[in-house]
Design a protein. Structure first.
Length: 503
């Protein structure tokens, strides 16, 4: 396998990231066709971390050229060759795990405890999982009389992958690893808000990736996304992000009728039964508020609490939140970092006002947080609204911030009806000591994931994906290989001679 080293002049001088990046095309850094640059900010103080070029259709064209050139030889590699590359990506990530954790913390605000203990380990796991999965990418055989059927799984070609800002490196790993394992090449468009960890990782692994297998074009959604997804050489689009963007992308994908996977938002029900361990449930609900600042697609942000235990639960819930320190995300004592952007801060504070205007009862938080030494940061107090009606906008819309809504329930059928009365269907949680009840409720929830007695109970090789408007397709598990391959049926006649149909 040949590799192209990154030119010396473009390597980082000091520190763990460079002040400026290009696009990564054909194994090299490229400046891009436009002089316009985008600044990547640190949301803790809104200082500039680095700049990236604002991608254009011309940059996309070059990236697709590179991916297209790389495809035949990458598709022809053996499973062991693909495994070697993917495993080395995992090793490089592991070797500098602390650096990459810090980069995600700096660029979009999750605490260092979260990035080093959760996001980066999960990203490593994706490369490890799919290094093994390169061997599992097998077809099947069928026999019927004198016919032998061979079902092959073949790679698709060049895949477009568009990822959001709320977990850049993990999203990158979860998209790129299975695509490469299945023999595809990719053009990735990271978010214009947060991509520092992805770009620094490419510096780290540029000698590992065969040129053109992984290409990255920075920039704004429509400017990069439309030429990328509508190019006839692109054979698939995989997207993680909002519903609004998904609708646009599905339109682009219609141009050449290419397959799509859409990992979208959520407004997940987190159900506390009267027989639940309330300390555990309160801790789990608090995690849903603060984990990744609530900017977590899976967050259980609609909490349904049985009437009998509501007051006790609310005391415990607000008690846990009251102990969480809001502040500098690089400090290990911090439990809640800044929202990823000013735009996100504006959106979330708008919902804080809306909740009160809609008549919900503010139990805690409800305002921006002031943090010593970080006056310009995007901090919000962890917020809980009680006495929420499921039809309120704060109960229906994805706030994507540290905000929880609490509803009361008594009757299980009514509970299920309300829990399912959402356009989303990504995840759900159930807290009870009765396993029959847990399975019954889990079975009745219209969601792609249900966590029983621990929210965010991530388990290796378990599929993540949505029902309803939370999208379609599954990632994070071997099922995703189905989305990155197409089936070819080859049928062999084992009988000799002509059929004798025409005398
Ligand atoms: P977004 O839809 O605004 O942006 C996501 C990506 O799409 C970005 O790279 C953006 O530049 C790009 N984009 C925007 N317009 C585009 C266009 N016209 N063509 C092509 N690309 C375009 O979403 P976001 O605000 O970055 O992310 C937050 C959303 O992502 C939330 O809804 C969240 O729930 C969802 N999310 C879902 C999952 C999941 O696995 N289900 C995981 C993480 C985030």
């Amino acid at each position: 396998m040949t590799t192209t080293p990154v030119p010396e002049a473009q390597l980082p001088a000091t520190g763990i990231h460079r002040p400026a990046y290009g696009h990564f095309i054909g194994g090299r850094w490229a400046d891009g066709a436009s002089d316009e640059r985008i600044t990547l900010l640190n949301p803790a103080d809104n200082s500039v971390l680095a700049t990236v070029p604002s991608g254009t259709a011309a940059d996309v064209e070059q990236a697709i050229d590179a991916a297209q050139r790389a495809f035949p030889s990458w598709a022809a590699t053996s499973p062991s060759q693909r495994q070697a590359v993917l495993y080395e990506l995992a090793q490089r990530l592991r070797k500098r795990a602390a650096d990459f954790a810090l980069l995600d913390t700096l660029n979009h605000g999750p605490t260092i405890t979260e990035t080093s203990g959760f996001f980066v380990p999960l990203a490593i796991e994706q490369f490890e999982l799919f290094s093994g999965a390169a061997w599992m990418h097998t077809g099947s055989t069928r026999v019927s009389g004198e016919r032998l059927g061979l079902v092959h799984r073949e790679p698709l070609g060049v895949c477009a992958q568009i990822i959001p800002w709320n977990a850049p490196l993990l999203m990158f790993a979860a998209k790129v690893a299975p695509a490469l394992a299945a023999g595809n090449t990719v053009v990735v468009k990271p978010s214009e808000i947060a991509s520092l960890s992805v770009l620094a990782f490419l510096d780290e692994v540029s000698d590992v990736l065969p040129p053109g297998t992984v290409n990255v074009v920075n920039g704004y959604g429509p400017a990069v996304g439309e030429p990328l997804v509508t190019d006839p050489r692109v054979r698939k689009v995989a997207f993680t992000g909002s519903r609004a963007t998904a609708r646009t992308l599905i339109g682009y994908a219609a141009a050449n009728i290419i397959p799509q996977t859409m990992e979208l938002g959520g407004k997940s029900a987190n159900i506390v039964c009267a027989d639940a361990d309330l300390d555990a449930a309160a801790e789990g609900a608090a995690m849903c508020v603060v984990a990744n600042k609530g900017e977590f697609c899976l967050a259980g942000s609609r909490v349904f609490v049985h009437d009998e235990v509501l007051d006790e639960f609310l005391d415990k819930f607000t008690g846990v939140l009251g102990r969480i320190k809001v502040g500098d995300p690089t400090d290990r004592a911090t439990g809640l970092g800044p929202l990823a952007s000013r735009a996100q801060l504006k959106k979330v504070t708008g919902y804080l006002e809306l909740g009160q205007a809609e008549g919900a009862r503010l139990v805690c938080g409800g305002t921006v947080a002031t943090v010593d030494g970080f006056a310009s940061g995007n901090f919000v107090e962890p917020t809980v609204f009680a006495d929420v009606d499921n039809t309120m906008r704060i109960a229906q819309e994805e706030i994507f911030g540290p905000v929880s809504t609490v509803q009361r329930w008594t009757d299980e059928d009514d509970l299920i009806a309300r829990a399912n009365a959402s356009e989303y269907g990504l995840a759900g949680g159930v807290w009870t000591s009765d396993l029959r009840r847990a399975h019954r409720i889990a079975g009745r929830l219209d969601t792609g994931t249900v966590y029983i007695n621990q929210y965010y109970n991530f388990m290796e090789n378990m599929p993540i994906g949505g029902y309803k408007q939370s999208g379609f397709g599954r990632e994070f598990s071997h099922e995703v290989l189905e989305h990155y391959t197409q089936t070819k049926a080859v049928i062999v006649n084992l009988r000799e001679g002509p059929l004798g149909m025409f005398g």
